[in-house]
Design a protein around this ligand. Structure first.
Ligand code: FAD
Length: 222
């Protein structure tokens, strides 16, 4: 199995609990938008603690980028990432992942589940093919929305935010329900891309199935 030790070029916060980490890119390193790799921190205590994260840069960029939500209460890898600085190293393993672009459709993301879609949208924009896709992004509060401005400029009118814990004008309020999804459907033959925390995945997949959407139209990480 391949592994690469890579140096952190920059590490910054993009929301109160989400980091953008930019890394040196190993030679001949390739991935398709939506794919992930297992990552460990190259420190004695941490180098065997691997966690999956999705690349959020363009595949042909001369750097690698991750967008990572941190969980200090877990006292795990994402908490330790908060202590890293430029010059520290990560260990990357094999590239894998089932989420990839399979045609126009509705992308439904919860929290850090946006990362494979961020990668796909950035790529589609770079080849001028983002039109015809729509994003429904569920978060607790506005402060939790990752790269809201960028997503707004990429998707324009095809970007719907829904906040469970905050009621703000211009933002939907509550959880994703059947009537909410019905209101946001584009066409009957579209693809549905779903990525988020397990309870959201379960609820959305159940709703899609009750709306008559076949499994072959739903793209998820397996
Ligand atoms: C294919 C794939 C791609 C992913 N891509 C991304 C991405 O791009 N960006 C991103 O932000 N995330 C992504 N994730 C999710 C990410 O992998 C996890 O958030 C990450 O592994 C958490 O690591 P951690 O060590 O901080 O915490 P964990 O491994 O979740 O927890 C460490 C320890 O904390 C304890 N613990 C677990 N849950 C709790 C809890 N609720 N409260 C208290 N203690 C707890 C357990 O003892 C556990 O062993 C992805 C996941 C998958 C499967």
């Amino acid at each position: 199995m391949e592994s690469h030790i890579v140096t952190i070029k920059s590490i910054d916060k993009v929301t109160h609990d989400v980091l953008r980490i930019v890394l040196q890119k190993p030679g001949n390193y390739t991935f398709t938008p939506g794919q992930a790799t297992e990552v460990a921190i190259n420190k004695e205590r941490w180098k065997d603690e691997r966690r999956p994260f999705t690349f959020t840069c363009l595949p042909d960029a001369d750097y690698l980028e991750f967008t990572i939500k941190t969980y200090p209460s877990h006292k795990g890898v994402t908490n330790e990432l908060l202590n890293l600085k430029p010059g520290d190293e990560l260990i990357l393993h094999d590239v894998w992942g089932a989420i990839s672009y399979k045609g126009e459709g509705i992308f439904i993301a919860g929290g850090a589940g946006i990362t494979p879609f961020l990668s796909i949208f950035r790529y589609l924009n770079s080849i001028n093919k983002i039109k015809g896709n729509k994003l429904i992004f569920a978060n607790k509060t506005k402060a939790d929305i990752i790269h809201e401005k960028e997503l707004q400029s990429l998707l324009v009118d095809s970007f719907v935010n829904i906040l469970s814990d905050e009621s703000i004008e211009g933002y939907e309020h509550g959880y994703i329900t059947e009537s909410f999804l019905k209101k946001n459907l584009l066409a009957t033959n579209e693809k549905f891309y779903v990525c988020g925390p397990p309870p959201m995945m379960e609820a959305v997949q159940k709703i899609l199935s009750s709306l008559g959407v076949g499994d072959d139209s739903v793209v998820v990480e397996i």
